[in-house]
Design a protein around this ligand. Structure first.
Ligand code: DGL
Length: 267
């Protein structure tokens, strides 16, 4: 039972930022990662479409006999975490509650920036979750739709990323934010570039670590924590694996081989 893997998915590479923290906090767990590379980005799509894609990803992961699932995508969390939990009976976690919690505890001046995809920002999911913790926190939010393609292209540390970040983030810095939620799992890959633009006084909040801690608690509560041996990792994508393999390998600092391509529409 405990050897059953954890399922983690995202529209593409972004979920790797969550995967990395899960690997650190839960090194014994086997993991199946799915990146929906055929249909990235999810950000500009409707709730119905994102929900359809998310349920297909969940169906695929369940076919791999997973014991829990992490939706390592803010857009899918914002659009349909609730619906996913109503539909399936295995534990399914998102990233937004964890990110909101981290932000609420990070801010001192109670002015928090939130950046994410159009879908996440439009949903106001972060505003809602942060407001539940501290209603006095003022939130300045902004969608940054070009960040995801820049990351998927492997351009996170280029002058193009830097110029784009400057354009998107200036207004948040002008509002005197002291914390900035990286409300899209792709964005921690741009951490260096974003950090240079907002300056070191602004704390960058990555929901990944808290999400991994939440996952550990859920596994403990369900008595399914794997305690022995190192975890084994499997990677699946829905289209061309080469670019995914090279960026993932660089980011996770390990060779990613044997990425399998699946037809996600079948699930
Ligand atoms: N990385 C995802 C997120 O956290 C999705 C980005 C996208 O596909 O637009 O929102």
């Amino acid at each position: 039972m405990n050897d059953r893997p954890i399922g983690v998915f995202d529209s593409g590479l972004g979920g790797l930022t969550v995967l990395k923290e899960i690997m650190k906090i839960l090194p014994n767990e086997n993991i199946v990662y799915f990146g929906d590379t055929a249909r990235v980005p999810y950000g500009p799509r409707s709730k119905e479409t994102v929900m359809k894609y998310t349920f297909q990803a969940i169906n695929f992961l369940i076919s791999k006999n997973v014991k829990a699932i992490v939706i390592a995508c803010n857009t899918a969390t914002a659009r349909c975490l609730k619906e996913a939990n109503e539909k399936y009976d295995i534990p399914i976690l998102g990233v937004i509650e964890a990110g909101a919690r981290t932000a609420a505890y990070s801010t001192k001046n109670k002015i928090v920036g939130v950046i994410g995809t159009e879908g996440t920002i439009r949903s106001k999911a972060y505003n809602l979750e942060i407001g539940k913790i501290d209603k006095d926190i003022r939130i300045i939010d902004k969608s940054c739709p070009l960040f995801v393609p820049i990351v998927e292209e492997g351009w996170a540390n280029t002058d193009i990323a830097s110029l784009t970040a400057k354009r998107y983030l200036k207004e948040l810095v002008d509002e005197n934010i002291d914390s900035l939620v990286l409300g899209c799992t792709h964005y921690p890959l741009l951490k260096r570039t974003i950090g240079q633009i907002v300056g070191e006084k602004v704390k960058l909040v990555n929901p990944a670590k808290e999400t991994a801690k939440d996952l550990k608690k859920v596994l403990e509560a369900n008595s399914v924590l794997r305690k022995d041996n190192s975890g084994v990792y499997e990677y699946y994508v829905s289209d061309i694996p080469e670019k995914f393999a090279s960026i993932a390998g660089e980011f996770l600092k390990k060779e990613i081989k044997d990425i399998k391509t699946i037809e996600i529409q079948k699930y």
